[in-house]
Every structure is written in structure tokens, then in C-alpha cells.
Design a protein around this ligand. Structure first.
Ligand code: NAP
Length: 527
């Protein structure tokens, strides 16, 4: 019997390979969008292991090979079927769509190499004969899988192995280290391609809009995560107050929000540094976390625990961090610990404080404390660092319409809309850039597939404006603007070098933190 565990990304690759349809909920079933993980029916599983082979994030194991930490998932998988007795197994009735008859010689640009870009590329290659040029502003592909997934979740990053296979396809041209909006305009992409997909994610943080938000020591999850994940350009660590002999640091951080990103941040801040030292966390972050020694993280949830945004698998995993205690304070009138004093250095704790919202971040030159309203009570929490983790927004791209209020690119079912509200032919937006920052990696698969189907419908119905440019014109144009355009072989060289540096230290990789270093590792490889 096989079991699905915590790192399930819900991309449902396992569902389509299961010969007895024993993995649910499927994308067609109610509950798929809200389920933390998928579940294998222990009564129906025939032990073939096809699901484990197909899983991009190494989340599926035989029950008798589960480690202590994951044994709980045996019951979680089984309970799903006890609680949903109407689910049936057997032939799943999947009807595969016909291959559409498309015009010949379609050329498509795909901007972004995160999950939605990767899944869109797979669908484009499966469902069409188009030639695809894949563009990313960073030399390394992966989007938020590389820049956002926590260093202590290495299994999740396995999804990139599947995308890498696609980049090798002869119909694909990789062009990384090329920024759309800076080196190449959207108008130029529209001129050189029959269709352009923007899968550019959401890489900026939302703001709280409270006093003191810009004090040193107050930062966003976006910046903090980019810093510990070695994203180029995110070099500065959080300016955490170090304290003095007279006024010691509190050893406490406050995180606003209780989504999965907030949990990632809390785990990384409070985990014993020796645990993180075996991951691909940036050296710059590891050094500072060792020195800083945050041993208490307080997460503020403005509603009750039952409404918390985290998924239960991620919440449960917190209690598995060695030496870290998880405390939940739920109820508007619950007794509050003494948050005015420095945290007890003798223990590491993650404290969830529900019914609580920050009202002001306080400090003369840097953060000293945060004023919080819990129920009807206003109180202060002494802290060295405040991290707002309240959701992301897309970054506008010069030359593309942008919905500033929602922080997404305006679209109708993925078709980009101009300022006049009319569809821009041949321009599509996918993933978080389309629907906002919700859903894990797998949610982007369905979203990307749907976007590619819109493109197919437009191509079949002759709604695209075909490019009159020769295929060689675009790479030639890019080379006039970007000195070091990196292709597939250059990307592989960067990857190999990072892994080699990691192997010397018993880590999966040691990431480069500067574009210049990446360009150096890519060398002069042409494609
Ligand atoms: P999220 O799940 O939307 O959580 C946002 C949090 O911010 C919520 O707790 C929300 O509270 C709170 N919030 C929003 N505005 C606020 C305000 N003005 N004041 C106080 N609190 C406020 O967003 P996320 O954590 O950034 O995650 C984004 C997506 O990525 C999610 O779908 C998440 O599951 C996914 N993700 C998954 C993983 C994983 O599977 N391991 C890891 C990282 C991210 P309310 O609920 O009250 O609105």
C-alpha cells in the first residue's frame, strides 16, 4: 500500500497514472481546490507504485517505508475515504481531448519559468506543434520553486526535474537572464511571436498600512524569503536589532499572517541552525541566523484558529521540528504570556496568537515592539523583527496593462485585457499573475492547462495575428540588448556547479547569489 505525505503538491500527476483510480480528490471532483493533499485509498491500492514514479515532489511512499514523522499519513489517507464514503474507485472515465488541428508553424513566447510556466510549457508541447521560446529574467529557472519554496522542503523542488526535461525539447529555445519590460518590451514580443504567455508570478508583498511599517527591522516575507533562498538582488538581510548590554535583543520575531508562507518563515527563523546547515539555504542567511539566535516566533492571526490560512499538513509538521515547542493561543479573551520581556533563551517556541492584528510597529531608529490588538485588548510584544506575510502581488511590467487594486494583470479567463477592457489578441496570463497568489504548485497546473486551451481555441478560430518576422530575428534582437543571454547548456552548467559546491559540504547545492557568478558558471555555451 502506498501513502501520500505532506509534500504533496496536488498537481495530480499521480491521478492520471493510477490504474485503479484510487487517488482522490481528482481535479474533476468537488474538494480538489480545498484539499491540502491527495489521498490513496488503502482498500483499493494495488501496490503498483506508478503514482510514486509519477510524483514530481517525492511525496509518495510504501506504507512500510515511511519514517516516524510521516506515519501519521497512513491514517490521514485512510480517514479521507472513511469521511467520503461516496467516492468510488475503478476506471476513472477520463476522456482525453482530441489533438486540435492548428495552423502550421506557430511560434510562441513563454515568459516565466515558475510552476505555471513549466506546466504551460508541458501542455504546449503535448497539445500543439508550436515552437516555444522560454524567457526568464534570472539566469536560473524555477521562479518561486527556486526562490520561494523553503530550503527545508527539498522534495517540493523535485518538480523542477520534470520541467528540465521539457527545456531539452528540440522545439524549445531557452533564453534566461533576459528581462521583459527592461531588455525587451511586450510590444516587441507581440511583433515577433504569434502568441505570448505571461507566467510571471507574484513577487511583491502586500503592505499592512500601519505606522512604523518602514522602520529597520520591519520587512516583508517576500524580501526575507528571497534573502534566505539566495535570490540575486536580495542581498541585504533583515536589519534585525542586535541589542546592547543595557537593552538586550528580545530573541523574538513577530510574523503577521498565518498562511503557509508565514509558517515557512517561522520554521526557518526558529529551527536550530545546524538543521538548516544541511539544506540549500543561502550561506548569508545561515551565518546571520546562527548569530542572531531568534528562539521565539509569534504569528498573528486576525481570525480564529479554525479560519487560519495554513494547510493542516504544514501546521502539523511544525511539531516535528526537533526542540521546538508549538503553542496556540486561540480566543479573544485568552490569557496572554508576558510578551513584554525578552523570550526565554532556554527554549525555542512558535506561538500562534489568534484574534490578533498589529496596530503599529514601534521603535525610535529600529523596531522595538509591535502594538497588537487581541480581542478588545491592546498590548505590546517586544520584538527585534517584524515580518508581514499577508500575501503577494504581481510586479507590473512596463508596456502591459496592470490591475493595481488587485495586484494582477487584468484578464478574462487568462486572455489579457487592454486598458479599454478589450481582449489583446494572442496575449495570455497564467498562474498567480492571472488569478492572484493562492494555491500551491499543483493549482498552477490546471490554470496553465486552461490558459493553453484558450490559446488553442484562438488559433483554431483564427483569432491570432501571425508574426511576419523570421524566427532568427528575435534571438538577434535580444543579443543586441543583453550581453549574456543564457541558453539550456548554460543553465545546466550553473546547476552542475551549484550541486558540486553543495556536494563538498554534504548539501543539495550551494546557490550562487549574484548574477555575475551565474553568468561565469554558464560560460560561453551558446544554446
Ligand atoms: P495566504 O495563504 O493567502 O495567507 C495570507 C495570510 O495573511 C492569512 O493569514 C491572512 O489572514 C493574512 N492577512 C491578509 N491580510 C492581512 C492584514 N491586512 N492583516 C493581517 N493579516 C492579514 O498567503 P501566503 O501564506 O502568502 O501563501 C500563498 C499561497 O502559497 C497559498 O495558497 C499557500 O498555501 C501557498 N503556499 C504553499 C506552501 C506549501 O504547500 N508548503 C508553502 C508556501 C505557500 P486571513 O485568512 O484572515 O485573510
Amino acid at each position: 500500500m502506498f501513502v501520500i505525505t505532506q509534500s504533496c503538491c496536488s498537481d495530480a500527476a499521480c491521478v492520471s497514472v493510477c490504474p485503479v483510480n484510487c487517488i482522490h480528490p481528482t481535479p474533476e471532483e468537488r474538494g480538489f481546490a480545498t484539499s491540502d493533499i491527495l489521498h490513496i485509498d488503502p482498500q483499493a491500492c494495488i501496490d503498483c507504485g506508478a503514482c510514486a514514479d509519477a510524483c514530481p515532489v517525492d511525496a509518495i511512499y510504501p506504507a512500510d517505508r515511511l519514517g516516524t514523522r510521516d506515519k501519521v499519513f497512513i491514517d490521514i489517507n485512510a480517514d479521507y475515504y472513511k469521511n467520503n464514503p461516496d467516492i468510488t474507485t475503478g476506471w476513472n472515465g477520463v476522456v482525453y481531448p482530441e489533438i486540435p488541428k492548428l495552423p502550421a508553424g506557430l511560434r510562441v513566447a513563454l515568459v516565466g519559468t515558475g510552476p505555471s510556466g513549466g506546466y504551460a510549457l508541458r501542455t504546449l508541447l503535448d497539445r500543439t506543434e508550436a515552437e516555444v521560446t522560454v524567457i526568464d529574467r534570472l539566469p536560473t529557472p524555477g521562479g518561486l520553486v527556486r526562490a520561494g519554496v523553503a530550503p527545508d522542503h527539498p522534495g517540493t523542488k523535485g518538480v523542477l526535474r520534470g520541467f528540465d526535461l521539457l527545456y531539452r525539447d528540440p522545439r524549445v529555445t531557452m533564453m534566461t537572464n533576459v528581462s521583459v519590460g527592461e531588455h525587451i518590451s511586450p510590444a516587441e514580443l507581440a511583433e515577433h511571436f504569434d502568441a505570448v504567455f505571461y507566467a510571471v508570478g507574484a513577487s511583491e508583498s502586500r503592505r499592512l498600512g500601519i505606522p512604523g511599517e518602514d522602520l529597520p527591522g520591519s520587512t516583508s516575507a517576500t524580501d526575507l524569503v528571497a534573502w534566505y533562498n539566495a535570490v540575486p538582488g536580495a542581498d541585504a538581510g533583515p536589519p534585525v536589532r542586535r541589542g546592547t548590554a543595557d537593552d538586550p535583543a528580545s530573541g523574538r520575531a513577530v510574523v503577521v499572517g498565518t498562511g503557509n508562507v508565514a509558517l515557512d518563515v517561522a520554521r526557518i527563523l526558529v529551527s536550530p541552525p545546524e538543521l538548516l546547515a544541511t539544506t540549500d539555504i543561502a550561506d548569508r542567511a545561515l551565518a546571520m541566523l546562527r548569530e542572531q539566535n531568534v528562539h521565539e516566533v509569534v504569528l498573528l492571526g486576525r481570525r480564529d484558529q479554525a479560519s487560519a490560512a495554513y494547510t493542516s499538513a504544514e501546521f502539523r509538521a511544525l511539531s516535528e521540528i526537533p526542540g521546538v515547542e508549538v503553542v496556540v493561543i486561540d480566543g479573544p479573551d485568552a490569557e496572554l504570556p508576558d510578551f513584554g520581556a525578552p523570550a526565554d533563551p532556554g527554549r525555542r517556541r512558535i506561538v500562534f496568537l489568534f484574534h490578533s492584528a498589529p496596530e503599529a510597529i514601534i521603535g525610535a531608529d529600529a523596531v522595538d515592539s509591535v502594538a497588537v490588538r487581541t480581542g478588545e485588548r491592546r498590548h505590546e510584544i517586544a520584538t527585534d523583527l517584524v515580518v508581514r506575510s499577508i500575501g503577494y502581488r504581481s510586479t507590473p511590467i512596463p508596456g502591459l496593462p496592470f490591475d493595481d487594486a488587485r495586484g494582477v494583470f487584468p484578464n478574462r479567463d487568462g486572455r489579457l485585457l487592454g486598458d479599454d477592457g478589450a481582449v489583446i489578441p494572442g496575449a495570455y496570463v497564467l498562474g498567480w499573475a492571472k488569478r492572484g497568489p493562492s494555491g500551491g504548485i499543483g493549482a498552477n497546473k490546471m490554470c496553465a492547462q486552461a490558459g493553453v486551451e484558450e490559446f488553442i481555441a484562438d488559433a483554431v478560430d483564427d483569432r491570432l495575428t501571425r508574426t511576419t518576422r523570421a524566427a532568427a530575428d528575435f534571438p538577434a534582437l535580444v543579443r543586441t540588448r543583453v550581453r549574456h543571454v543564457i541558453g539550456y547548456r548554460g543553465m545546466r552548467a550553473i546547476d552542475r556547479t551549484e550541486r558540486r559546491r553543495g556536494a563538498q559540504q554534504g548539501r543539495p547545492r550551494v546557490k550562487f547569489t549574484q548574477v555575475a557568478e551565474m553568468v561565469g558558471a554558464a560560460g560561453r555555451r551558446k544554446r
